[in-house]
Design a protein around this ligand. Sequence first.
Ligand code: ZN
Ligand code: ZN
Length: 128
Amino acid sequence: MALIKCPECGRAGVSDHPTAKGCPGCGINVYKYLEREKYIKRRKQEEIWKKEGKCPNCGSDNLANVEDSYKSRCKKCNNIFMTEKDYEILGKIVERRRKEDIVRRESMRHDYDRWHEERMEMQREMYD
Ligand SMILES: [Zn+2]
Ligand SMILES: [Zn+2]
């Protein structure tokens, strides 16, 4: 708790105490303003860590895979999360399954077409 310069309007001697009234210059709640800044900074840091394949909670790169999932677990703080890499891997798996599905469906249709053709052939032979 201190008297600081207002981060919004620059007015000196403004309190950053949670229960303090708004800045006399611009009216902002300095405490909330600073908390929000801290929160934004923290979120940005988390994004960077995630991109680097690190724990978004503590920045450690000592990670383990969580069994039967695409998630990572931080060995240091036990945080469970998905890094950018995890999302990439999951995306590739989904893409591959989708392709396999298309191939399977196409081969099923092919089998059906052949069966249908053979049947028509037999019918033609029977009625001719
Ligand atoms: Zn102000
Ligand atoms: Zn961690």
